[in-house]
Design a binder for this molecule. Structure first.
Ligand SMILES: *Cc1c(COP(=O)(O)O)cnc(C)c1O
Length: 381
């Protein structure tokens, strides 16, 4: 009798006991400023669609045009017959925009991170990761043949104590739970000449820097490897690793998530290329975000736990999980959808409300959220 049934039942029961059970909810409009759930309308402060492209009509039309030009699926993995002119044009557009000789496409950021760490690292290598790096990086690091160590969050001094030759240093550009920026200039200077620096800019690309080139452009550094993902500001999905010609050739040979996985639909690559153009040209989206962020600062800076960020990720640190949950519940009843983030996703006693802004929000919606949170806090105190 296989042990699976018992094991699974036990794991589920433990999860439930800990109050950590999660459930899938079918949400209509999760990619828009307003969403519909159980027949109620909510302002959506939870998505990562920072530039409002996930429901943008111009981008939908580009995807439709891509289907007319290229049909449906890609039909094969990239090295077989799945790599089309649409994929090639997307790679070129990314290279021109971000200033790298090569871009290698993946179906998700999760697989790009795995591919990067699995293919580059060997036994005996040292992998140094910021303590708060995304789960995809941590998991890939733990499964890679290298020795993984973690340095204190955004702490170049902590990194310098661990740094040796043959090390790969990995950080996010913008941290997803705190919305803070990595000290990229310092990290880059430390690595120079002795280690490689890889930056996962899932939350910075499109939002920061000139023409939305991201955290690295903002900090005026060019890491050895840059991971960009298309599920956030691009409003679509997929990812790319930007790198040198030689590393690009290497990944094309050895990155198994690239080699053995069906290439993304060419229509999607076509839409993504269009999204690159929109991100570059449509400065108004970033201007709108900064207007909303200014409104957020005015409305929220008096809240306990307010944290200033220059990104659309706005954490309100409340400490106790129960408080975070009741605040989220209260504002939800008033029609605002946001997420309470609790341990183990974040460190103990740092439960928070995570608010994300998108270019599709209005300042009125931000003010309404502040008002509702005010009420919720008064009620709790
Ligand atoms: C979202 C995210 C990923 C995963 O990207 P997907 O395309 O959603 O798989 C990787 N790294 C970071 C930092 C992320 O926030």
């Amino acid at each position: 009798m296989p042990a699976f049934n018992q094991r699974i039942a036990k794991a589920l029961a433990t999860r439930k006991q800990q109050g950590l059970s999660r459930c899938l909810r079918s949400i209509d409009g999760g990619n828009q400023a307003q969403l519909l759930f159980n027949d109620s309308l909510f302002t959506n402060f939870s998505s990562n669609d920072y530039l409002g492209l996930a429901s943008d009509k111009e981008l939908s039309l580009a995807w439709q045009r891509g289907i007319e030009l290229y049909g449906n699926g890609s039909g094969a993995s990239p090295l077989v017959t799945g790599f089309s002119p649409a994929h090639q044009n997307l790679e070129s557009a990314l290279c021109d925009w971000l200033g790298y000789p090569r871009a290698v496409l993946f179906n998700s950021g999760f697989s790009a991170n795995q591919a990067m760490l699995f293919s580059l690292l060997e036994k005996g290598d040292l992998l140094l990761q910021d303590k708060l790096n995304h789960a995809s990086l941590m998991e890939a690091g733990a499964l890679s043949p290298a020795t993984m160590k973690r340095f204190l969050h955004n702490d170049p001094q902590s990194l310098s104590k661990l740094l040796t030759e043959e090390a790969l240093v990995v950080t996010e550009g913008v941290f997803s739970m705190d919305g803070d920026l990595a000290p990229l200039a310092d990290l880059h200077a430390l690595c120079e000449g002795q280690a490689w620096l890889a930056v996962d800019d899932a939350h910075g690309i499109g939002v920061l820097g000139e023409q939305g080139r991201g955290s690295c452009s903002h900090a005026k550094v060019r890491p050895d490897l840059l991971v960009v993902t298309f599920g956030k500001a691009f409003g679509l999905s997929g990812a790319a690793i930007l790198c040198s010609e030689e590393v690009g050739n290497y990944l094309t040979q050895f990155a198994r998530h690239h080699v053995y996985s069906t290439a993304m639909p060419p229509s999607q690559a076509y839409a993504l290329m269009h999204a690159v153009g929109m991100i570059q040209r449509q400065e108004w989206r970033r201007e709108k975000l900064s207007e909303l962020q200014q409104c957020y600062a005015e409305q929220f800076s008096h809240f306990p736990g307010y944290t200033e960020t220059i990104t659309p990720i706005k954490p309100l640190l409340v400490g106790e999980s129960e408080i975070a949950l009741s605040l989220a519940e209260h504002v939800k009843q008033q029609g605002h959808w946001l997420t309470a983030i609790r341990p183990p996703t974040v460190p103990k006693n740092t439960a928070r409300i995570r608010i994300t802004l998108t270019a599709n929000h209005t300042t009125k919606q931000v003010r309404a959220l502040a008002e509702s949170l005010n009420q919720a806090m008064e009620k709790l105190s």
